[in-house]
Ligand binder design. Structure first.
Ligand SMILES: [Fe+2]
Ligand SMILES: [Fe+2]
Length: 189
């Protein structure tokens, strides 16, 4: 397993969630909220993996592309942070998520496309390095952030140093949210 296939699989998984969101009925607020939570979680951890593994490794070889990718992550995290607080029945909820979906699809095309960061990685990094990053990704999946943090550091060393305590808090918040949702659903049924 190497980091490119790990990240590409993430891209497909998150796009499946996007399709599920787009298919949900406008008045199915339970489903819209559930899918929103899954998108928040998956994009948070995916961005963290890229920001701690591939992006720093390509910082020299593709400086402008890495800087643009970091800005695109930042913009998406900022909208996701708004969506996290917004009730799914709010007038602009679906429109806001649609902007996230369009931005992420564009970003993914740039990462995977001709001359994109994944191609630069294949050309400039060695196989053991790409495989070590895949292992690092699996570790980060267990301890990384699960919520958007648009104003946290996204580059080493501060994302590594400050990321861990933030991720612990995230997991507490995510668990609490799931408990509240389950209780509400039980009450509703
Ligand atoms: Fe990215
Ligand atoms: Fe990505």
């Amino acid at each position: 397993m190497n980091i490119i296939s790990v990240l590409t699989t993430d891209h497909r998984n998150v796009d499946d969630l996007f399709k599920r969101f787009e298919k949900a009925a406008a008045d199915d607020t339970a489903e819209l909220g559930r899918v929103r939570d899954l998108i928040l979680e998956q994009l948070a951890i995916h961005a963290e993996i890229e920001e701690q593994t591939l992006y720093p490794a390509l910082r020299e070889a593709a400086t402008d592309d890495v800087l643009e990718a970091l800005e695109e992550h930042h913009a998406v995290k900022a909208i996701l942070a708004e969506l996290e607080k917004m009730p799914p029945n709010a007038e602009r909820f679906r429109a806001k998520m649609q902007v996230v979906i369009e931005n992420v699809r564009h970003h993914v095309e740039e990462e995977e496309g001709d001359g994109g960061l994944f191609e630069v990685a294949r050309q400039t990094l060695k196989t053991p390095e790409l495989e070590a990053m895949a292992e690092q990704a699996e570790q980060l999946r267990k301890v990384g952030p699960t919520r958007p943090h648009p104003f946290a550091s996204d580059q080493p060393p501060f994302n590594v140093i400050l990321g861990l305590p933030m991720a612990v808090l995230d997991r507490a918040v995510s668990t609490a949210r799931k408990v509240v949702e389950k209780t509400l659903l039980r009450k509703a049924s």
